[in-house]
Design a protein around this ligand. Sequence first.
Ligand code: ITT
Length: 212
Amino acid sequence: MRIILATNNENKVAEISAILDAFGITVEGAASAGGMPEVEEDGVTFAENALAKARAGARNFGEPALADDSGLEIPALDGRPGVYSARYAGPSCSYADNNRKLLGEMTDLEGDKRRGRFVCSAALAFPDGQEYVVEGELFGTITTEPRGSGGFGYDPVFVPDGRGRTLAEMNSEEKNDISHRRRAFEKMAGVLRNLAASGAIESLAEGEKPPV
Ligand code: ITT
């Protein structure tokens, strides 16, 4: 079964491919399938944005598409950066710019006020309009300085509960074992398994047969 991963974020492609691979599901990044069109991310929830990206992928490629919309929520900042996580410090900002802005806003916050969660909504859309969405989360604390060089985004400033290191100080296996993305796509693997078991995605399996 070919499933397109409707994202332009290569870090996400690497993480989601590794996570789904462990469940025997192979995905193809949009870039290697010809490129993903820009999608307007104007939803107020991660789920809305994930569905918008998955629908755009299914429409563009004419094949089932998976998408991820994710970000960091800090209750003491009224939920920011939230759905604006990618462009928090401005339209074409870097991950380092976002981390600087976040840490700057949190300078006076201590203890529980530094707690937050990563959220990942994973959406699956089919060209015929069927769609599914699931969510995963990871709770933790925001550091006062960035630490580590692994991962991407806010990983250098986020220490998951029960751990002493930031996500950027972990290797990819450690992060993929506990991450919000892991939790969402583990659920999505269950959705795909159920669809296959019920025969609902049989035609996809047929469509994948190599040409004779
Ligand atoms: P696509 O829309 O193409 O999927 P994107 O990077 O624009 O890629 P989002 O709109 O979902 O993706 O924004 C997600 C942002 O949230 C991302 O740029 C990071 O800043 C942050 N983020 C999400 N997951 C993260 C993770 O696992 N570690 C660190 N930061 C993360």
